[in-house]
Design a protein around this ligand. Structure first.
Ligand SMILES: O=C[C@H](O)COP(=O)(O)O
Length: 253
């Protein structure tokens, strides 16, 4: 089966009303690459305005609570995200795993809640520099994936689930994993997806994230089992982001 390339921007804690024209420029530019799935995950408070500004273009969230509703001050549920116009959400980004002490179990619950509510999910995993240097990155990230993957995400649900491999040391640093290490990790993650979901595991896209930009996207996308990218800094403006989408459009598998 062929997986469509998928390029997602993660605006992190950037973006106010005056940035909506950039979102419109990205959505407009993405129309030139119909073979690539493109989306932007913006701060939750911007979702509704962004979604209204770009009808038909998928706007997403960067986190979701696992509960339907209740006493969870400051949190938002998947139903609230959908109500605001979100079509997808990131879960388990390392900045939340570290900053908000999110466990694998919590990440799994969030992914399950979002999928059950018809959102697409990008589930992030990745190792620290210490783990990479200790030579245990592959087994550590495989274990993290095993513990964070929602059980039973098979069939049509598998197409709504993507995994993002983001080595923590490559995020916002300008450093990128070597193509050999990337290929090894993506193959190792594919293996775990097949164990978890059988053949449906082939439908789950595996994105790479960590200092992806217009100059390195083409070589990263050429690596087998790299099905796209989760892009931080270079997704904030159309002029930096669209060349990455263009690089994805050039991949024919
Ligand atoms: O979610 C995106 C990643 O953390 C990558 O961020 P970056 O492209 O700024 O390195």
């Amino acid at each position: 089966m062929t997986r469509r390339m998928y390029v997602v921007g993660n605006w992190k804690m950037h973006g106010v009303a005056e940035d909506i024209p950039q979102i419109q420029a990205i959505a407009e530019g993405a129309k030139s690459y119909p073979g690539v799935d493109v989306a932007l995950c913006v701060p939750s408070i911007l979702i509704e305005r962004a979604a209204r500004a770009v009808p038909g273009f998928p706007i997403g969230a960067q986190d979701v609570h696992f509960a339907e509703k209740g006493a969870h001050t400051g949190c938002v549920s998947s139903a609230m995200l959908r109500d605001a116009g979100a079509k997808l959400t990131i879960v388990g980004h390392s900045e939340r795993r570290e900053g908000q002490h999110e466990s694998d179990e919590e990440v799994r619950s969030k992914a399950k809640a979002a999928l059950a509510d018809d959102l697409s999910v990008i589930l992030c995993v990745g190792e620290s520099l210490a783990i990479r240097e200790a030579g245990t990155a592959v087994m550590t990230v495989q274990a993290q994936l095993d513990a964070s993957l929602p059980e039973g995400a098979v069939g049509s649900v598998a197409t709504r689930l993507a995994v993002a491999y983001e080595p923590i040391w490559a995020i916002g640093t300008g450093k990128v994993a070597s193509l050999a290490d990337l290929g090894e990790m993506h193959a190792a993650l594919r293996e775990r997806l097949l164990v978890a979901y059988g053949d449906a595991g082939r439908e789950v896209r595996i994105l790479y994230g960590g200092s992806v930009n217009a100059s390195n996207a083409a070589e990263i996308f050429a690596v087998e089992d790299v099905d796209g990218a989760l892009v931080g800094g270079a997704s904030l403006t159309a002029d930096k982001f669209l060349p990455i989408v263009e690089a994805a459009a050039a991949i024919h598998r």
